[in-house]
Design a protein around this ligand. Structure first.
Ligand code: GLC
Length: 496
């Protein structure tokens, strides 16, 4: 098949087989195109929030604002109102016997719940408003209330001081045990994006209200909006400082970490989490090389996780958690480790895999997450569009040397060619196994939605309109902090 035919095929699968309707209107996409058999398909016939992020981004690029709004509103109707889970969004939902049924984790295998779904909803809401200009929706009480409820979940007292979100194993795209409990990077990058988006949306609403300088807010709801926005801005600053200090590593930093004292007590010490140098793995030497840097997978007392997680790192770049120079180090690291990460199917979800012993102990013999399989270092084509956005966006916004730009360009084009060559032949599989990603995942679904849409997005950003990568731009921290409401209420509310 020629390139043009493959794109047409992917588009027709998308528009004819993947999108589904609710009340006669398109609402979102199933996780995978249903098989034509009666076999039990678990929950792949449901509309997953996270799987619908690339779908909604693609629809926005196509100008299909109505579908995106319907999706966001449907999720909003499903935001939990139960006392214990108030404010959370479901992992997935489906229409079953004319009723909308949502899974907040109470139906999932292993009863995992998806923290990322809630975080993504806020980010998606901001991106929708920014792209469509639908400020009426942004300022509607139901949207502002939803944001307030999400912020209630994040900005509340707890038993810890760190600005990260503490979650159980498998609370995000990696939704099975993989020793990713604690403060996994993907959740922290999303948290950063969520707080930026939430404050951005609140400030849009505040701009429609008549608020005099140094005058008290007109009502309790507005007072809470101002309070949360201020608190969130301070939180974002703190979170960024924390992530750069605790998660960012390069060769220089690793050498400093290895020589730190342990068993320190009190404030102002260097090894806050009492990390022993034996936990720092030797494979980092080659992996980092001279120029490479990345955000590590997790920080926990005594047990940092040095695995490289692709999505959390790409989001860290896209949302500008890491500085432009650090973004360049990340891209250099990824290019330098091309044989591991991109291999025969871009991109590996994390590296390296938990080996046999750890797999047994830490995943509880999880059959899907065997070493080199599925989440445990399998290859997921749906991740390539995130890297594409991160690197092309960087090229537009920040200075990049021609040599660095050329290296990334080759990597992107080769990766796109790989998808073109392999995905239609291998039925748009969900993921690929083995150290180089040649084998279709042992338990991979075929005709997986985010594989198909991820491919369309890579094609769009690479071949149709690279400037559209700005669709993922969130408000900058600086613009939020300099907003007149943030300034007017600075002294009253900034309490962190
Ligand atoms: C798998 C993935 C999860 C995805 C779901 C539906 O469970 O791990 O991230 O949302 O499939 O595609």
């Amino acid at each position: 098949m020629k390139e043009e035919q493959i794109i047409q095929l992917a588009r027709s699968l998308f528009y004819e087989k993947i999108l589904v309707k609710l009340d006669d209107e398109f609402v979102g996409a199933l996780a995978a195109i249903p098989k034509n058999t009666d076999s039990h398909d678990l929950n792949y016939g449901e509309i997953f929030l996270r799987d619908n992020i690339p779908v909604m981004i693609y629809l926005l690029l196509e100008g299909e604002f109505k579908i995106v709004k319907k999706f966001l509103n449907t999720c909003l109707d499903l935001q939990s109102d139960n006392f214990q889970t108030q404010g959370i969004f479901p992992t997935s939902f489906a229409e079953i016997k004319s009723r909308l049924v949502a899974d907040y984790g109470q139906r999932a295998i292993g009863r995992v719940y998806s923290v990322d779904a809630t975080l993504w909803w806020v980010i998606m809401a901001y991106i929708y408003v920014n792209r469509s200009g639908d400020y009426t929706w942004a300022t509607s009480p139901k949207v502002q209330k939803a944001i307030q409820q999400v912020l209630n979940l994040i900005l509340h007292p707890s038993f810890r001081d760190a600005p990260t979100l503490f979650v159980p194993d498998g609370a995000f795209m990696i939704d099975r045990p993989l020793d990713v409990w604690g403060n996994p990077l993907e959740i922290q990058s999303l948290l950063y994006g969520t707080l930026l988006s939430a404050v951005g949306l609140i400030q849009i609403d505040l701009a429609t209200k008549t608020l005099g300088e140094n005058e008290p807010p007109p009502d309790a709801f507005t007072e809470r909006q101002i309070y949360q926005a201020q608190y969130a801005i301070a939180w974002i600053f703190k979170l960024r400082r924390y992530l750069l200090k605790q998660y960012w590593v390069n060769s220089q930093i690793i050498q400093t970490l290895r020589r730190r004292p342990t068993e320190q007590y009190g404030e102002g010490i260097v090894n806050e989490y009492n990390i022993q140098s034996e936990t720092i793995p030797h494979w980092l030497q080659d992996w980092l090389g001279e120029k490479g840097g990345y955000l590590i997978g997790n920080i926990r007392t005594g047990r940092p996780d040095f695995r490289f997680f692709t999505l959390g790192n790409c989001l860290g770049a896209i949302f500008d958690v890491i500085s432009p120079a650090q973004q360049q180090s990340l891209f250099s690291l990824m290019a330098q480790n091309r044989a591991e990460l991109f291999a025969q199917m871009p991109i590996r979800i994390c590296h390296p895999p938990l080996d046999d012993g750890d797999w047994r102990k830490k995943t509880g013999y999880d059959r899907k997450n065997l070493p080199w399989c599925y989440h445990n270092a399998g290859h997921w084509p749906c991740l390539l569009w995130f890297f594409t956005v991160a690197s092309i966006r960087h090229r537009y916004l920040y200075h990049q040397s021609p040599a660095d730009a050329a290296t990334i360009n080759v990597l992107l084009n080769d990766s796109y060619e790989t998808l073109l060559k392999r995905l239609p032949k291998q039925n748009w599989a969900e993921y690929f196994d083995g150290p180089n990603g040649v084998w279709v995942g042992q338990q991979a679904r075929l005709d997986q939605t985010w594989t198909i849409v991820g491919f369309l997005l890579v094609h769009h950003f690479l071949k149709v309109n690279p400037e559209d990568t700005n669709i993922m731009n969130l408000p900058t921290l600086k613009s939020l902090a300099n907003n007149k409401f943030a300034k007017n209420y600075k002294n009253n509310y900034q309490k962190i």
